[in-house]
Design a protein around this ligand. Structure first.
Ligand code: FES
Length: 194
């Protein structure tokens, strides 16, 4: 089992108990995160979040792609438009016509909707959490992989039709997709806990 898989496995087991993980697995964390992780002053949920984010950072080096670099979508060709709608946390609905291959994070950011995408679409945070309204359309989206499931575990307000927006690419049979933005997302940074 890779270091990452083992860490994720331990986190799942630790989720409902006191966090207890092998010291080997925190070697990839930055100094600040390591100190916070080892401190008893922060909650288990915070430790889990910092732990996962730290490992994800060291593994994927997600900082090379800034969030500002996202949000670019291709205008759809006439006749090839795919309809997608977002409902924001105030219940306001926004309808768009997009191209095949655009992901929900890019669509939201290109249209100035409130979707943070803190890791720049690297599947290393949960700030692009969306809730798919229609279960039938949800079933047409390719299943989330282990990395996405691990990040979804950290999302606030997780539901049975939750996905990470950056991992959902539009395609023809998702025409009419409606996603709701959750009331809040979690984006913890080590600097929040000085
Ligand atoms: Fe971080 Fe989607 S933007 S997981």
């Amino acid at each position: 089992m890779t270091l990452w898989k083992e860490a994720a496995h331990q986190l799942r087991r630790a989720a409902s108990r006191t966090v207890s993980v092998d010291r080997r697995h925190i070697s990839g964390l930055s100094g600040a995160r390591k100190q916070l992780f080892q401190s008893n002053k922060i909650s288990q949920a915070v430790r889990r979040d910092l732990y996962v984010r730290g490992i994800a950072q060291s593994r994927r080096q997600f900082s090379v792609t800034s969030a500002a670099a996202h949000g670019h979508i291709t205008p759809p060709k006439p006749g090839e438009e795919i309809n997608v709608s977002f409902i924001d946390k105030d219940g306001e609905r926004y309808d768009f016509q997009v191209s095949e291959g655009d992901n929900l994070l890019d669509i939201a950011q290109a249209n100035d909707l409130e979707m943070e995408g803190a890791c720049g679409g690297s599947c290393a945070c949960s700030t692009c959490h969306v809730i798919v309204e229609d279960a039938e359309l949800y079933d047409r989206i390719p299943e989330p992989d282990d990395d996405e499931n691990d990040m979804l575990d950290l999302a606030f307000g997780l539901t049975e039709t939750s996905r990470l927006g950056c991992q959902v690419k539009m395609k023809k049979d998702l025409d009419g997709l409606v996603v709701r933005l959750p009331a809040m997302t979690r984006n913890l940074q080590a600097s929040d806990f000085k």
